[in-house]
Design a protein. Structure first.
Length: 198
């Protein structure tokens, strides 16, 4: 029998889009965050697509995300922020804080007050032009912390930035998540999957 422990898996990567998980309501036709700062979902520049527009340090956006059935919860889960900014200063830094709370069936919802085991480091934007795609370093939830079937409340905060955020808005494009897959019957992986090559 072939089991996960016999296969050298690469970590699986998925993206959580900002509008996943109903952390928002609408004001007119505009999705508005239900958390601190009430950030809005808005067009990036005049490009015809949108993201969550943070207009002040401390603005927060929440997602409810059910753990996929193929997550090996005995291995770490990694998260990073995909974002953009109206800044054209490559040296501007962005500090995001991502916290979470895991809920099992029958458990009452509560605030996302659990810090990542490895925090996401401050990111240098690197955009020589406004509206550049940017990704932070990875943060991490350790293995054997989450349980199969958990629903995660994930809160993303723009904590600090060198950009003039009230006019050089910071846009939350989404969250990338990587995890070791558990795809066969049995107890899962004996070691963590490797970093994807793509």
């Amino acid at each position: 029998m072939i089991r996960d422990r016999n296969i050298e898996w690469e970590r699986k990567r998925v993206q959580i889009d900002p509008l996943v998980g109903m952390g928002w309501t609408t004001a007119g036709t505009v999705p508005v965050g239900l958390h601190t700062g009430a950030p809005v979902f808005a067009e990036i520049g005049t490009l015809g697509f949108g993201a969550v527009k943070f207009e002040g340090e401390g603005d927060e956006w929440c997602n409810l995300w059910a753990l996929p059935a193929d997550v090996d919860v005995d291995q770490p889960l990694y998260l990073r922020v995909v974002y953009s900014s109206g800044s054209s200063t490559a040296a501007d830094t962005m500090t995001f804080i991502v916290t979470y709370k895991a809920f099992a069936e029958g458990e009452a919802f509560a605030a996302a007050d659990t810090a990542l085991n490895t925090a996401i480091a401050a990111d240098t934007y690197g955009g020589a032009a406004a509206n550049t795609v940017a990704k932070t370093a990875w943060g991490k939830i350790n293995g054997a912390v989450l349980s199969e079937g958990d629903i995660l409340l994930i809160e993303t905060e723009i904590h600090a930035t060198d950009a003039t955020i009230a006019s050089e808005f910071v846009y939350l494009v989404g969250l990338e998540v990587e995890y070791s897959p558990k795809r066969t019957a049995g107890t899962g992986n004996s070691q963590e999957a490797t970093t994807p090559t793509s």
